[in-house]
Design a protein around this ligand. Structure first.
Ligand SMILES: O=C(O)[C@@H](CO)OP(=O)(O)O
Length: 248
């Protein structure tokens, strides 16, 4: 049996302030660090051993991964970072408070921007200093791939080739793989793995730093998936994420 663990990063400073984050490179809060420690301890306790892990180019995910590996005594393993696992790009919404945005544009519109499959938030202007083309970490990437905003569909279009060409073969090879990424980049991968419809994916809200385990047979057919942790606590965390888009 092959096991994939998907982990959203721990709470970030902008999660705490309830701001749209996307590709903004914000740090973990103290609570986020504690959540990562808890996730690492839990994975170790459940007997997981990874030889390879994947994460994004954003420090909230990278730091979460490092903390988890440290708790598991797996600091030594190979880690591959890729922009393809970055969070969905939130365009011109990045930095805005989600509750205030709901006051201004309505909760329904905010839900569409946050969770719809194919409707993207308003784009950053090409000359915006936050344009990823101006960021040294994305210099090696062809400009046409770099977004100024993304719908989940666009996030899936850039993450799925990485899943198929890199992570899935690695899972075949190593048997256990850890991927630490973001609420929406992981929703995209989960949509694909579980064959969730464009309509249904709107209802999925991932809690921070709760390990989500996917078990596959040797041909990588999905057998079952489950979160590690207390189901009631996880349900409440998911509900809290959904409620971040409500008016203040
Ligand atoms: O702001 C973001 O980048 C994401 C993840 O934190 O938020 P949301 O849950 O609104 O998609």
């Amino acid at each position: 049996m092959k096991k994939l663990v998907l982990l959203r990063h721990g709470e970030s400073t902008w999660n705490k302030e309830n701001r749209f984050t996307g590709w903004t490179d914000v740090d973990l809060t103290e609570k986020g660090t504690e959540e990562a420690i808890k996730a690492g301890n839990l994975l170790k306790e459940k007997g997981f051993v990874f030889e390879k892990a994947y994460t994004s180019y954003l420090k909230r995910a990278i730091k979460t991964l490092n903390i988890v590996l440290d708790r598991m005594d797996l600091d030594w393993i190979a880690v591959e970072k890729t922009w393809r696992l970055n969070e969905k790009h939130y365009g011109a919404l990045q930095g805005l408070n989600k509750g205030e945005t709901a006051e201004k544009y309505g909760e329904e519109q905010v839900k569409i921007w946050r969770r719809s499959y194919d409707i993207a938030p308003p784009a950053l202007r090409e000359d915006d200093p936050r344009n990823p083309r101006l960021d040294i970490r994305y210099m090696g990437i062809q400009g046409e791939h770099l977004p100024l905003t993304e719908a989940l569909k666009d996030t899936v279009e850039r993450s799925l080739p990485y899943w198929k060409e890199v992570i899935a073969p690695s899972l075949q090879h190593f048997g256990q793989i850890l991927v630490v990424a973001h609420g929406n980049s992981l929703r995209g991968i989960i949509k694909y793995l579980k064959n969730i419809s464009d309509e249904e994916i709107v209802t999925l809200n991932l809690p921070t730093a709760v390990p989500y385990v996917f078990e596959f047979d040797d041909e990588l057919n999905l057998q079952q998936d489950y979160f590690l942790g207390d189901p009631e606590e996880i349900r409440k965390m998911m509900e809290a994420v959904a409620n971040q888009g409500k008016k203040k």
